[in-house]
Design a binder for this molecule. Structure first.
Ligand SMILES: Nc1ncnc2c1ncn2[C@@H]1O[C@H](COP(=O)(O)OP(=O)(O)OP(=O)(O)O)[C@@H](O)[C@H]1O
Length: 707
């Protein structure tokens, strides 16, 4: 299916898709066009859609970008096009169109000749929908002719009928493009357009403050010059009225800034949490990890609000000092400058207490969570009177530390502004008593002191929140850093799809692997070698603690060996890249390391595929579940494969979970499936069924069991 000839000329062919993404990234200032351009997604795979999406994501990663496949309903396609930029649209006929921006009813696109052009949004919509429209065109035209609808009403009736009949159809429209989480903060900020909002906020606030000062200056002038007539008052009221739209603009910009900066923060922290080293997570413990995760919430709430309040306070303080600088008496300026230094001291004092308080609070969360997890042991081993002594002690300490922190916060919130007002007015007393230079300079100084009071108030509140956010950030820095940890992307020319294994080339080749756990003197694996070819079935058995799971984690790419060589299809990890490695090997870890997530059963099964799934994915997952003996479970659950499972959903039995983990691995379409003691809870009959399914479906299988 070819789109209109005009679009056909402008769009990029599939062998230039990598180049199209690079050009789009470059046009937005996110990618260097020199990298990754030659990577062309190829379609020589069993599942061309998945292969294309995977290759595109690798190409984007080489460019420092991220792509997200999107689909939309037929009826929502206009709305989608209106807000999709930057994106690469997928037109019929395997043609691609990078969209840079939308202005009104026009899309700004980047064409294959590298020129930017404007296309009507409607033309692009028609091209995206043409395949579906054409299927129904004949029937609809016949119907309209029968009804004798003529002229312009004919086109309207046609469009309405198409929308009605195709309302439920989903269209895979292409991919959204944005900077990768590993990209610099500046590039991500440009994606979320926070800089413009910050400038608007700054400009609107400064202008509003100047107008406010101007209004009071005008009033003061009128009063002190002795002729305050109606004209002065009108000018004063007009200036104050002008403040209204500026204040509205400033709060609108602050609100949008909070939303966008919060989204940026959340995305980056989530990416970091997903990229944390599993060893790091184990080392941290569940309680600490939970505490740190909660800190992300605190960071989001305080950083953005505190940032804009602090910025406001700073602008106001500079302007207040400017006013004081205009007055002849320099004493108030010097006194308030010295008071600002005292404010720095208050901030440092608060920072120390806030750190202490946060540490104590996290330790308390840790104790409570660990206590809940291990409550049975405590109930058995300790006398009833001592059950909660650790918590009591931690709570008492928390109470004391909280009091100290609240006192430190009072310095910023109350003492800083009120003290500033007091010392500022005190510095004016002698000039007031002497009376000498007249009322106007005195009024100027008084205005400056009052403006400084307002600035100190905002600064104090802002600083409290900013410092709180900083301390929260110190706690979650591992997440932040993990997000920026560079991924091993592999060589751009190496395909991420099937390996070139064959009778003479195994899928996995491991030679003399050596691995030592952190802090251990003896290696747990010393000289491990094995070959796994296509269709091999390998049984790996050994006593408990002999290193089977460690070997599985090395083969699946979760850990790197200390020495030795591990290859997939003859390529090492540096050439193949992390994500391609994981695509080839699916590991079902031991039961305690594997999880059912809160979500539908389908989501849990298809974690290794794109989401939302195609009907074909759902059908495959359903068939596999039934083959693994989960048919009766699907029948029993009211929502079938879409039933919510997990902590608060349908409670799955141990054996059901094991089979879901196996299905999840098989559905990844990997070339080797490794099962680490994954069938221990199955009864003999279910075990036979499960093994038969595995035999039939797993391309190569490694089964780890105890002896
Ligand atoms: N993170 C770690 N730090 C230190 N030692 C570890 C770590 N993980 C595992 N070990 C140790 O390494 C050894 C091998 O562990 P591994 O889990 O690979 O054994 P296994 O053969 O799979 O045992 P099992 O059959 O009981 O599951 C064990 O002695 C274990 O205690």
């Amino acid at each position: 299916m070819i789109p209109s000839p005009e679009l056909e000329k402008l769009a990029w062919p599939i062998d230039r898709l990598g180049e199209a993404v690079a050009a789009l990234g470059h046009a937005r200032g996110w990618a260097d066009p020199a990298h990754g351009v030659q990577v062309a997604p190829h379609l020589g795979s069993d599942d061309p859609e998945a292969a294309l999406a995977f290759e595109l994501s690798r190409t984007a990663a080489h460019l420092g970008l991220e792509t997200e496949a999107v689909e939309t309903g037929y009826a929502g396609i206009r709305a989608f096009l209106a807000r999709c930029a930057p994106a690469v649209l997928r037109l019929p006929g395997n043609l691609f169109l990078p969209v840079l921006a939308r202005r009104g009813k026009t899309l700004h696109v980047l064409c294959a000749d590298l020129q930017r052009r404007r296309l009507p949004l409607e033309t692009v919509r028609e091209a995206l929908c043409r395949a579906l429209d054409d299927e129904l065109a004949a029937d609809i035209d016949a119907l309209i002719s029968t009804a004798r609808v003529q002229g312009i009403r004919r086109a309207r009736a046609r469009a309405a009928l198409l929308e009605e009949l195709l309302a439920d159809h989903r269209i895979r429209v292409g991919w959204l493009v944005r900077p990768a989480c590993t990209a610099s903060l500046g590039r991500q900020a440009s994606d979320y357009r926070v800089r413009g909002l910050l400038s608007t906020l700054f400009a609107a606030h400064t202008l509003a403050f100047l107008l406010w000062l101007g209004a009071w200056w005008l009033l003061g002038q009128g009063v002190f010059s002795g002729h305050l007539d109606i004209g002065w008052l009108q000018a004063w009221a007009l200036l104050l009225l002008t403040l209204l739209p500026l204040r509205l603009l400033a709060s609108g910009a602050a609100g949008w800034f909070a939303v966008r900066a919060g989204a940026l923060l959340k995305r980056r922290l989530l990416a970091g949490a997903l990229r944390l080293d599993p060893e790091e997570i184990r080392h941290l413990g569940v309680g600490r990890l939970l505490g740190r995760t909660l800190e992300t919430e605190a960071l989001e709430q305080t950083a953005v609000a505190g940032g804009s309040l602090g910025l406001t306070g700073l602008v106001e303080l500079v302007l207040a000092f400017g006013i004081l600088g205009l007055a002849q008496d320099s004493r108030p300026l010097l006194v308030l400058a010295a008071w600002s230094l005292a404010g720095v001291g208050f901030a440092a004092y608060y920072l120390r207490h806030q750190r202490n308080w946060t540490e104590t609070r996290l330790a308390l969360t840790d104790i409570l969570v660990e206590g809940m997890v291990g409550h049975r042991t405590r109930a058995v081993q300790e006398s009833r009177e001592r059950w909660n002594s650790r918590e009591d002690h931690a709570l008492t300490r928390y109470y004391q530390v909280s009091q100290a922190r609240d006192r430190a916060a009072l310095n910023l919130r109350a003492l800083l502004p009120r003290g500033g007002l007091l010392v500022g007015i005190a510095s004016l007393v002698s000039a007031f008593i002497a009376g000498g230079d007249g009322a106007v300079p005195l009024a100027l100084s008084l205005g400056g002191v009052l403006a400084a009071y307002l600035a100190f108030r905002h600064l104090g509140e802002g600083l409290e929140q900013i410092l709180g956010a900083w301390v929260a950030f110190e706690q979650i820095r591992p997440f932040w850093r993990a997000a920026a940890r560079p991924e091993i992307l592999g060589h751009p020319g190496v395909s991420g799809n099937k390996t070139t294994s064959g009778p003479e080339r195994p899928i996995i080749e491991a030679h003399n692997l050596i691995y030592r756990h952190a802090g251990q003197s003896d290696p747990v694996l010393c000289g491990a070698s094995l070959h796994i070819g296509a269709d091999d079935r390998v049984l790996l058995e050994g006593s408990s603690g002999s290193g089977k799971s460690t070997l599985a984690s090395l083969l699946s790419g979760q850990r790197l060996p200390e020495a030795g060589l591990c290859l997939i299809g003859g390529l090492d990890r540096a050439s193949l890249g992390e994500r391609t490695w994981r695509r080839h090997i699916a590991l079902v870890p031991q039961f305690h390391e594997n999880h059912i997530l809160m979500g539908s059963l389908a989501f849990n099964l298809l974690l290794g595929r794109g989401w939302p799934p195609a009907q074909k994915d759902i059908d495959e997952a359903d068939a596999l579940c039934r083959a693994l003996g989960l048919g009766p479970l699907l029948e029993r659950m009211p929502g079938g494969i879409f039933q919510m499972v997990g902590e608060t959903g349908w409670q799955l039995s141990h054996g059901e979970r094991e089979r879901i983990y196996i299905a999840r691995a098989l559905l990844q379409g990997a070339e080797v499936v490794i099962l680490d003691e994954s069938v221990s809870s199955l009864d003999p009959q279910t075990l036979r069924n499960t093994m038969a399914s595995l035999w039939e479906r797993a391309p190569a299988l490694v089964l780890i069991i105890h002896v």
